[in-house]
Design a protein around this ligand. Structure first.
Ligand code: GAR
Length: 321
């Protein structure tokens, strides 16, 4: 199994979501481990649960501090723990833009409503008052705006005729405890997921001028030019020939470059079966921290090497402005 992702959980209260994440991390093949639980409330109930399970805990009250200064203290503690992700689980703080920026794409939050409905507080009462048939819970990526980032998953919970905010909150909490570990697992292992990788590669390939997708020997491929006479500039290889890795195939300048890349950076490149003989290199995609700008640059380069000169000339002129 691949190395586990390291997560830090921030809480302000009883920490039942933290506990759900914690017990899930003890199940076989869980792709994450908890390296720290932090809080702005030194007496948060969840801290003692985490400590009893041997997880390092950290608390620093926010009283009397600026938002930025407190966020910085929490950030430093998380960095010290070695975490790759921050998982907010009932962390009742509005976060400064700087803090959010530092964890862009690596900070998740759980919110007890079916977002985009009912951002902020009193979500259950607002759902009942609106006569909604369902309440629920959302897990989303954290962005600068409160409860607003891309939604990663939701679970609907039916509202009963005699529900009040308290009874509904209690039932929604069961759903939270199911949803959060599931989504965290999915998110931290997304780079092992062929569909996630294919979607990213496809978006980059089809953003290039006059490109289209065409399957080739069972693999997705992208060509530049017309449907009739276009040329391939990229292929997606999902272990097509039993390789260890999922990879993107792009064209190098030739065998010298291909061999040098594979020899000097074997964690990133390998020589693919069949295509390697004509100078295509495989870039490994199923690894943590893929630099997608680097992938985009390779894709553009490969596109340029096969695109008709008339088209690349126009691009060169456009790029001068
Ligand atoms: C949970 O219901 C969570 O969704 C909510 O706080 C509760 C924390 O409970 N979070 C928010 O309202 C964030 N806007 P817990 O401490 O028992 O996990």
């Amino acid at each position: 199994m691949a190395e586990k992702a390291k997560i830090a959980i921030l809480i302000s209260g009883s920490g039942s979501n933290m506990a759900a994440l914690l017990y899930h991390s003890k199940l076989p093949n869980c792709p994450y481990e908890i390296v720290m639980v932090g809080s702005n409330k030194p007496d948060a109930g969840g801290l003692s649960i985490a400590a009893a399970e041997g997880i390092s805990i950290f608390a620093h009250p926010h009283k009397g501090m600026t938002r930025e200064a407190h966020d910085q203290i929490m950030h430093d503690a998380v960095i010290k723990s070695g975490a790759d992700y921050i998982i907010l689980a009932g962390y009742m703080r509005i976060l400064s833009a700087q803090f959010v920026q530092k964890w862009d794409g690596r900070m998740l939050n759980i919110h007890p409503s079916l977002l985009p409905k009912y951002k902020g507080l009193h979500t259950h009462q607002r759902a009942i008052d609106a006569g909604d048939k369902f309440g629920g819970v959302s897990v989303h990526l954290v962005t600068a705006e409160l409860d607003d980032g891309p939604i990663l998953g939701q679970c609907k919970v039916a509202i009963l005729p005699d529900d009040n905010a308290e009874s509904l909150a209690k039932r929604i909490l069961f759903a939270e405890h199911q949803l959060y570990p599931h989504i965290v697992c999915e998110y931290v292992s997304r780079f092992q997921n062929p569909k996630y990788l294919l979607d990213k590669v496809r978006a980059l390939a089809l953003a290039l001028p006059q490109s289209h997708e065409r399957e080739s020997h069972g693999s997705e491929g992208w060509r530049v030019g017309s449907e009739k006479s276009g040329k391939y500039f990229a292929y997606f290889n999902n272990r097509h020939h039993g390789e260890d890795h999922i990879a993107l195939l792009v064209k190098t300048s030739g065998m010298d470059e291909l061999l040098s890349l594979c020899e000097n950076q074997p964690d990133i490149y390998f020589k693919p079966a069949y295509y390697g003989a004509s100078g295509w290199v495989a870039i490994i995609l199923n690894r943590p921290n893929v630099d997608w700008e680097h992938i985009a640059t390779w894709m553009q380069r490969s596109w340029r090497s096969v695109a008709p000169k008339s088209m690349t000339k126009l691009m060169d002129i456009a790029e001068q402005f």
